[in-house]
Design a protein around this ligand. Structure first.
Ligand SMILES: [Zn+2]
Length: 428
């Protein structure tokens, strides 16, 4: 137990240090004079707001981190886990259902712990900086729908895992891996048709000229585009984005209505060419294969850990473990403990995952310049998006290594310019 708590404290100290280091670095860089080539490009009048926005979110994240640490340590030390498992084990229900009851209570605690910080973000910080447009009505219906989704998707998933744990012994992770993979593919397949429309209205893109240009771009890239939609993201926030969903012939582009407002058509095309680049360079496929392999590895590790008696001794559950084995409510507590330990260890893996992701962003930018022949649209689009969203222009290099799936804007623009210059050289 001391080991687990130390791991949590180290994780807390590191993430806290990194987050405040990142803010201090931003403040210093935003106050220093810009090199002339950047001064012409960036709207420095937005800098004070960018710093204030980052500072507000740093405080929010700090509050959420402290709450999370306190709640987790409280759950571990208060004796809640053995009490919960004993309560569930006495329920007149199948072991799987008893396990689900334990997970439901722990899930509810974690949801409640995060709730005030989500509210402070949506109705406090995001509103103060002019992003959040969400009403209480939309917020409440979002919460209800999310809860329903968590039940509809989470209960079968956790139920099947608990069932396999009970029936298959230590090799349960192998069929579980197959099931989890199929489940993820199914969710990804139905998401654009069933899940996403629960939250946003999808309409065919109204701007016909832009729609024609997008289809022409997709044809040029050989990208099987099924449709271009605009969604009412402004219902919740003025933050802007675009994404691709679906598989095979059902591939769709969803453009936030806020993006359509903020970017010019050529900037939108350059950004979409970047997204097509992710597909062309097989990043989507590689990401999926990588995710499947990682989930197999993760499940094998979970299976090994769940079969260790010391896991249950740590929380005072050895009698229940001896009586029923690592199944039902005992397995549910084991899964929770694994999750607690896995998140600090995940911090060690994040530099690798983020490093791969950042390299892919450069590759997709390069592809965008090839596909959409416009020397400045991509960098203009990226700069505009960064400024409109008040994104951090000057993240600390260490924060980039640990947390940034995308390269900082200025590095990206430098790379884009080098490539454009090289292309023009070739042209001559
Ligand atoms: Zn990208």
């Amino acid at each position: 137990m001391a080991l687990i708590i130390s791991l949590l404290l180290i994780d807390f100290a590191l993430t806290t240090a990194l987050s405040w280091l990142n803010l201090a670095y931003l403040k210093r860089r935003a106050a220093a004079p810009l090199p002339p080539e950047w001064a012409a490009l960036l709207d420095t009048s937005r800098f004070p707001q960018m710093v204030a926005y980052r500072e507000a979110h740093t405080w929010l994240a700090q509050g959420a981190r402290i709450t999370d640490l306190a709640v987790t340590v409280g759950i571990l030390l208060s004796g809640l886990l053995p009490a919960l498992a004993r309560w569930a084990a006495a329920l007149p229900a199948a072991r799987v259902v008893q396990g689900l009851a334990v997970l439901a209570v722990l899930g509810a605690i974690s949801y409640l712990a995060g709730l005030p910080w989500g509210l402070l973000s949506d109705f406090g910080v995001e509103r103060k900086f002019g992003f959040s447009t969400i009403t209480w009505k939309t917020w409440l219906s979002d919460q209800a729908k999310s809860l329903l989704l968590a039940l509809v998707l989470g209960v079968p998933l956790a139920g099947v895992l608990l069932f396999l744990i009970e029936r298959m012994g230590e090799t349960w992770w192998l069929p579980a891996w197959g099931f989890v993979t199929l489940f993820q593919l199914l969710v990804a397949y139905i998401a654009p048709v069933v899940i996403l429309p629960l939250f946003n209205k999808f309409e065919p893109l109204q701007d016909e000229a832009l729609r024609e240009d997008i289809f022409a771009l997709a044809r040029k890239a050989g990208f099987p585009l099924g449709g271009v939609f605009q969604i009412d993201a402004s219902l919740r926030s003025t933050h802007s984005n675009a994404y691709f969903t679906g598989f095979g012939k059902n591939r769709r582009i969803a453009l936030f209505d806020t993006l359509l407002e903020q970017l010019s058509p050529s900037q939108i095309l350059a950004v979409l060419a970047h997204e097509i680049g992710h597909w062309k360079k097989r990043h989507v496929l590689k990401g999926m294969v990588g995710g499947i392999l990682l989930s197999g590895l993760g499940l094998a590790v979970v299976a090994w850990v769940l079969a260790r008696p010391w896991l249950y001794t740590v929380v005072g559950l050895e009698d229940l473990y001896r009586a029923m084995g690592p199944v039902g409510p005992v397995a549910a507590v084991g899964l929770y403990l694994f999750g607690v330990v896995a998140s600090p260890l995940g911090l060690l893996l994040s530099p690798i995952a983020n490093g791969i992701s950042r390299r892919r962003e450069y590759e997709a930018d390069a592809y965008s310049l090839e596909l959409y022949d416009h020397p400045t649209a991509l960098e203009e689009g990226l700069i505009r998006l960064t400024e409109k969203n008040l994104s951090n222009l000057f993240p600390h290099p260490l924060a980039v290594i640990f947390y940034y799936s995308h390269p900082p804007l200025l590095r990206r623009v430098e790379a884009i310019r080098r490539r454009v210059a090289a292309q023009m050289g070739e042209g001559r």
